[in-house]
Write a new protein. Structure first.
Length: 174
């Protein structure tokens, strides 16, 4: 199927999800045979696990749950769903996530499920843990670690997005 970078990065939430599904259905087999992509995905899993452990050690889910209960609280607003792009959703699918909208309202992000975000790989803005509650309620050393690890996750995500970009746009869609 023909598509452009504009479709990948700048279509609406539904358009990006539709494209990601098409790419997964049509290309997941060929992508799974690329050793570089497989090894980068494995690295992403590792650094994401470290981030998960760091967040758990700081009880971030407690902060976020308390925040989300307040009026207008939480940062998983409907607006944020459009911070995803089709390659990010495709990466989630390649890692085995069933990427399905969890809600259809104009308040919360459609990827926010009953137990939190369903995405394993999250948009850049969702990896910014520098809100007031978190900055005020945590030890500076833990915050520094969190920043370091979330940067590593982000760099790894960008590396994989670049591989996908080169795969799809260096051959046919340019
Ligand atoms: S990251 Fe901060 S603003 Fe967002 S839900 Fe958690 S505590 Fe609230
Ligand atoms: S963390 Fe997940 S649910 Fe929250 S805004 Fe980001 S993508 Fe949406």
């Amino acid at each position: 199927m023909a598509f452009t970078r504009n479709d990948v990065y700048f279509s609406d939430v539904e358009g990006k999800l539709f494209l990601a599904r098409q790419l997964f259905d049509e290309h997941s087999t060929e992508l799974s045979m690329q050793p570089i992509l497989s090894s980068q995905l494995a690295k992403l899993k590792l650094v994401s696990q470290v981030l998960h452990e760091q967040m758990a050690s700081m009880s971030l889910s407690v902060f976020c749950k308390a925040c989300a209960k307040k009026a207008g609280g939480g940062c998983c607003s409907a607006y944020m769903a459009n911070e995803t792009d089709a390659f990010l959703l495709l990466i989630n699918m390649l890692l085995g996530v069933r990427v399905m909208p969890q809600r259809n309202d104009s308040f919360e992000c459609c990827y926010l499920g009953d137990h939190g975000c369903i995405l394993f790989v999250k948009p850049i803005f969702c990896l910014n843990y520098n809100c007031h509650s978190i900055l005020q309620g945590n030890d500076p050393v833990a915050l520094k670690n969190l920043e370091k690890i979330s940067s590593a996750v982000l760099l790894q995500q960008i590396a994989i997005e670049n591989i996908l970009d080169a795969h799809f746009f260096s051959k046919k869609n340019r």
